[in-house]
Design a protein around this ligand. Structure first.
Ligand SMILES: [Zn+2]
Ligand SMILES: [Zn+2]
Length: 350
């Protein structure tokens, strides 16, 4: 039997990526083979491409990156029942053990045994095909595009932020940082019925996009004091929730200062430094709830339902499109053009 080959973008070492012919993976009994139609470039992919590591995860052997994807089921293992050949699906890229205390309690994003795509040494899906355990596949209803399906992954981070802070329509929200995660957190907030949403960023292009996506007002933190600006914009009522997505040390400090007493702050962006100075006394005497956030859990079904109802518009974050053979150019775009690109998409299926 001859092994069938496919094209994949393989990162040999930092900045050294090449298109290679590699074996098409064969699905195990509980897996499906997915023909990848659309897959995003994530900040973490760019980081591995540039630096070869994120914290304790190090690229030690050639790896295929990419984990934000949707595609078509083209083959299923013998035990698969929830999807069938021809189904259009979104892929949740972290396969968890299902047995540990975290998995059992529903917080499976904290599973210590998770196998997450494009996290060394696990391959991702900047390739023509990928195998996925079938319970991490979610059927896309008619009318939901592969692009929307791929965006469910970064959107899920925003949804998880809403869940962490138990956001309701009564909340007034500030999102700091308008990269893909910040912009999609804004869409997640709209899914949760929030109507008063403020945002901060220093890049004009991103500020404009946030306005198009329906934020109430955008603040430039280089020009004004964020807390003062929020007080003015809300006629002194303040914001009840801050979602910090930039990872910028000053923005994290501002988030603590800007939220109203009794408010909630969700820290999504990861700062480069391990320690960031914040006003601890403000957290204490304002009784703030500060939440960490790691990926997401149980977000895909609700997100698909929200997309089907048409209440959110997530595709606006896609600014650039590339074919699979141009994966390196796609990553370079995301790496070097941060002022003009938000979500860069690769289309292996076309
Ligand atoms: Zn991602
Ligand atoms: Zn587990």
């Amino acid at each position: 039997m001859t092994t069938k080959l496919m094209t994949a973008a393989v990162l040999n070492k930092p900045l050294d990526m090449e298109m290679k012919q590699v074996p098409i993976p064969v699905p195990k009994a509980d897996e499906a083979l997915i023909k990848v139609y659309c897959i995003g470039v994530c900040g973490s992919d760019v980081h591995y491409y540039e630096h070869g590591r994120i914290g304790r995860y190090v690229v030690e052997q050639p790896i295929i990156l990419g984990h934000e994807l949707a595609g078509e089921v083209v083959e299923i293992g013998s035990a698969v029942q929830n999807v069938t050949v021809g189904d259009r699906v979104a892929v949740e890229p972290g396969v968890t053990c299902g047995r540990c205390e975290y998995c059992k309690s529903g917080r499976y994003n904290l599973c210590p045994d998770v196998v997450f795509m494009a996290t060394p040494p696990v391959d991702g899906a900047w390739a023509e095909y990928v195998t996925v355990r079938s319970d991490f596949l979610f059927k896309l209803p008619e009318g939901i595009s592969y692009e929307q399906g791929a965006l469910l992954e970064p959107l899920s981070v925003g949804i998880h932020a809403m869940n962490r802070a138990k956001v309701t329509p009564a909340d007034r929200l500030l999102v700091t940082g308008l990269g893909p995660i910040g912009l999609l957190a804004i869409q997640a907030a709209k899914m949760y019925g929030v109507s008063e949403i403020y945002a901060t960023d220093i890049v004009p292009f991103r500020q404009e996009l946030a306005k198009e996506m329906g934020v109430t007002a955008v603040i430039n933190p280089m020009e004004v004091n964020v807390k003062d600006a929020i007080q003015e914009l809300t006629a002194g009522r303040g914001v009840t929730v801050v979602v910090e997505s930039s990872g910028n040390g000053r923005a994290i400090g501002d988030a603590i200062k800007a939220v109203k007493r009794g408010g909630r702050v969700v820290l999504v962006g990861m700062p480069a430094a391990d320690e960031i100075p914040v006003e601890i006394n403000t957290i204490i005497d304002s009784e703030l709830n500060v939440y960490g956030l790691f990926r997401y859990a149980n977000t895909y079904p609700g997100a698909i339902a929200a997309l089907t109802s048409g209440s959110v518009d997530i595709q606006k974050v896609i600014t650039h499109k590339y074919s699979l053979n141009d994966t390196k150019a796609a990553v370079e775009m995301a790496r070097t053009q941060k002022d003009t690109s938000i979500k860069v998409m690769i289309y292996p299926g076309q």
